[in-house]
Design a protein around this ligand. Sequence first.
Ligand code: HEM
Ligand code: HEM
Length: 212
Amino acid sequence: MQLTTDPNARAAPSDTPLRWPLPSALIHWGTVGLLVIGVAVAYGREAVDGRGLRDGLLNVHRWAGVLVWAACWMRLALRLFKRPRGRRPATGRFMTWAATATHVALYGLLLAVPLLGWALSSARGQSLEALGWHLPVLFDRDPDLADELAAAHSVAALTLLGLASLHALAALWHHFIRGDGVLASMAFARAKPRAFSTPRPGLPSSSPAEPT
Ligand code: HEM
Ligand code: HEM
C-alpha cells in the first residue's frame, strides 16, 4: 500500500489544501485518545490497591487496545477508498522517506502491540469478556511464555509511544515552523477549500511531485 500521499491524493484543484477525510480524522484522534487511556491505565493500576479494581483497570486497558487494533484496520481500509484530498506541501526527499517509514511502522505497531497483549493474556490463562463480547484464549496457560510475551508487549508498546511522539513533534514542526497546513489536514472542521497557504519565506513551495 502506498503511504506517501501525493500519488494517493484524490484529484482536486491545485490550490486546495491537503485534507484527510472526516472518518479518517475521527479514527486518528480516537486512536490517540484510546492509546492515552490504555497506557495511563496500564501504568496507573500499579499504584492501585485492591485486586478487584486492578483487574477492572486491566480489562479497561485490554479493551482500549482491542479497539485500537480494530480502528487501525478501519483506517487502513478507509485509506484505500477515501484518500486525502488536495495538494501536499513539499518537503525534501529525506523528510518524505522518514514520514513514510514512520507511518508504516506506526501502522505495524498499532496492529502488533494489541496482538502481543492478547497472546500475553492467553499465556497467563486470562480470557477477556465485556458486554457479551468474548475474546478467545489463544493457547494453554504457560508462565514462561507469559514472561517473554510481557517483555515483548512492553518493548513494542514503548517503541510505539516513542515513534508516536516523534510523529507528533513532526506534525508540530509542520505547523509552527513551516506553517504549511499538514496539521490542519487532520482537523475535524470541514472548511470550504481556500487558497493554499504559502509556506514561510525561504521554505520550498508546494509541489505535487514531492510529497511529505
Ligand atoms: C495498542 C495497544 C496497547 C498498548 C499501547 C499497550 C501498552 C501496555 C503497556 C505500556 C503495559 C505496561 C507494561 C509494563 O508494565 O512494562 C501493558 C501491559 C499489559 N497489557 Fe497492554 N497494551 C495494548 C494492548 C493490549 C491488549 C489488546 C491486551 C490484551 C488483550 C493487553 C494486555 C496487557 C497485559 C495483560 C499487561 C500486563 C499488565 C500487568 O499485569 O502488569 N494490552 N500494555
Ligand atoms: C499518539 C498516537 C498517534 C498515532 C498512533 C498516530 C498515527 C498516525 C498514522 C498511522 C497516520 C497516517 C499516516 C498515513 O496514513 O499516511 C497519522 C497521520 C497524521 N497524524 Fe498522527 N498519530 C498519533 C498522534 C498524533 C498527534 C499527537 C498529532 C498532532 C500533534 C498527529 C498528527 C498527524 C497528522 C497531521 C497526520 C497527517 C500526516 C500527513 O498527511 O502527512 N498525530 N498519524
